[in-house]
Design a protein around this ligand. Sequence first.
Ligand code: M6R
Length: 366
Amino acid sequence: EKNGYDHFMLKEIFEQPTALRKTMTGRLDQEAKRVDFEELQWSPETIQQWNKITIVACGTAYHAGLIGKHVIEELTRIPVDVEVASEFRYRRPIIDEKTLVIVVSQSGETADTLAAMRQSQRLGANVLAITNVVGSSIAREADEVILTMAGPEIAVASTKAYTTQVLSFYLLGLYLAESKQTVTEQKYKQLIESIIELPEKIEGMLEHSQGIRWYSDSIKDAKSVFFLGRGLDHAVALEGSLKLKEISYIHSEAYAAGELKHGTLALIEEGTPVIALITQDEVSEKMLGNVKEVKARGAQVLGVAEEGNLDIWEYVDETCYIPNTPSILTPLLTVIPLQLIAYYTSLALGNDVDKPRNLAKSVTVE
Ligand code: M6R
């Protein structure tokens, strides 16, 4: 049931704070500020032997995997590859007993992801599944399972499944980092404190959800919309772009902002909407340089940045602020306005928001 919401997608967007709290339950001890996964059977020796992690998934789950790569590499220094399952399964991937393979799937039934998992197991890798559906094929066959606890997701466009997958990666990253002692106690605790605050911050953002509607109205007739970002912002840009094209049918692309000059810049013309994600402190100056480049070609730029970042005003046309949090955690906040932009744009165009054309919720055939 839609619980008074017009669409499942909107309901699921609003369920995110609760879903995220459920993901934390039993894994994150808020008093002791520790992460533990009782469901994981790995010994410290097992964790120690992995020399590589490979994340495999499709669509939005793949985008969550891109965040997972950043987070796990940053916290554990284990090299992480991320690959779409349909590519992975048809090449000869280099994995063995020393590889941890993480498959990510909301439904736990995606054919390509399931095939990639079976192939990994044949090659001797340990497979961890991050999935939302208990009893799904992937949950049953994986060696280890982290259930995201998002609750049923009905809308084809994935929202709360994504944010709970991303949160699972933060918790997993911290768990592995503690075991490998690759993070200081101080950083570990600081991150946990900030993670605990995220659901409330999202609640605060959702209270003003209507505030972004004007923006959707302004892009609904656009030929193309571009999303730009660097680092984690690039991964979120990909997700924002997928969400928009999936339900609004507007052509959209996401680019690592530094790649602009290598081709994409040619597509920017007078009035082209550009959504620039500027939440990563280390590269924010570089991002502003890229914003200048697209502005010079006539782009209309919406800058998404952290509250208090006033520097962006002189560069962008409009701003959308997210609450402050450590740079590594911003994806969970940045994605919220992007989900809402996609939702309201689809709505403004009169599309079937929950059941976009040509798409199925669960892709059980290749
Ligand atoms: O159930 P899965 O997480 O394996 O599904 C993967 C994709 O099919 C899915 O995320 C798809 O990209 C969504 N419709 C995007 O919103």
